[in-house]
Design a binder for this molecule. Structure first.
Ligand code: ARG
Length: 289
């Protein structure tokens, strides 16, 4: 995570951002600190990236890159405003001992904001930000299968606004944000989906962080909360409305470091917000691993 010292809405690169809206930096700082405290309370270890002047969206570390088993694939941002973030992200991962890789020149991908592990594969969103052609190279660099999903609603421009893995069977899903093929992919992959309606999805319910059995959410409706509790999750709703002004929620403010999919097994000695993407014991995903 990256403290919001230099956060702001200084440009407009998604439909939620309006430059005339001012960010209350003190409030943003308090909201961010409360999110950190909530994640730690739930059992996460939080590591920090140093904030940089002139890079207001660096707080959204979900977009720093994609991780698997200690391999880090740097993002390649579509918008020039965010491109200078990459050097800072790469420096952090280099200093922390990850294997650092880059996508081929000309192929855009915005990291864990657009690639989420579930049952042995990465789902990867494309269109607004990431390129459809990223999935092949990403799969090779991550050593895991990647399935592309087209994001058809410009308001839900990253996959992590529409999909949130909860455990090895369940996920929050927002199918109306995906093309027909994407819906089929998720339908076949997720045994127990919790389908978000349009209001829930546009309130960023899906942009939640899961730490063990705790789901930390930017918003939650009684219906969604009830189902999550029935499934044995604790729901914590945090106020992060300063960040919604830039089109980002809780999930966008974090990057899971402990993703461990595929044949090489879990990376050892690393910690992050949650243990993500561990394949289930069922043989169903065997072919994908
Ligand atoms: N203002 C940022 C942008 O438009 C928000 C990033 C949200 N990140 C995410 N993982 N959905 O790039």
């Amino acid at each position: 995570m990256c403290p919001p010292e230099h956060f702001g809405v200084l440009y407009e690169i998604n439909p939620w951002m309006h430059r005339e809206v001012t960010v209350d930096l003190d409030r943003a700082g308090d909201q961010w600190s409360a999110l950190v405290a909530t994640l730690i309370e739930a059992g996460a270890t939080v590591e920090l990236l140093e904030p940089q002047p002139g890079l207001p969206d660096l707080v959204f570390t979900a977009n720093a890159g994609t991780l698997n088993n200690g391999n880090y694939v740097a993002s390649r941002f579509r918008h020039p405003y965010r491109q200078p973030e990459v050097d800072h992200d790469v420096a952090w991962f280099t200093d922390h001992g990850y294997n650092v890789a880059a996508l081929p020149e000309g192929i855009g991908h915005e990291g864990a904001g657009d690639a989420l592990p579930f049952r042995g594969v990465f789902l990867s969103g494309y269109r607004s930000r990431s390129d459809a052609g990223a999935h092949g190279p990403l799969s090779a660099l991550l050593g895991a299968p990647v399935r592309p999903i087209e994001l058809i609603d410009p308001r839900l421009y990253h996959l992590d606004l529409t999909f949130c893995p909860l455990d090895d069977r369940r996920a929050l899903v927002a199918p109306s944000a995906w093309d027909r093929y994407g819906r089929k992919v998720v339908e076949a992959l997720v045994p127990e989906p919790l389908v978000l309606d349009d209001d829930e999805m546009l309130a960023f319910c899906g942009n939640s962080v899961v730490v063990g059995r705790t789901v930390v959410m930017p918003s939650c409706t009684p219906r969604v909360g009830r189902q999550l509790e029935l499934w044995g999750f604790d729901v914590v709703v945090v106020d992060i409305d300063e960040f919604l002004k830039a089109g980002g929620g809780c999930r966008c403010l974090t990057l899971a470091l402990d993703v461990a999919l595929g044949p090489t097994g879990p990376a050892s000695g690393r910690s992050g917000a949650a243990t993500e993407g561990a394949p289930p014991p069922s043989s169903e995903t065997g072919a994908a691993r």
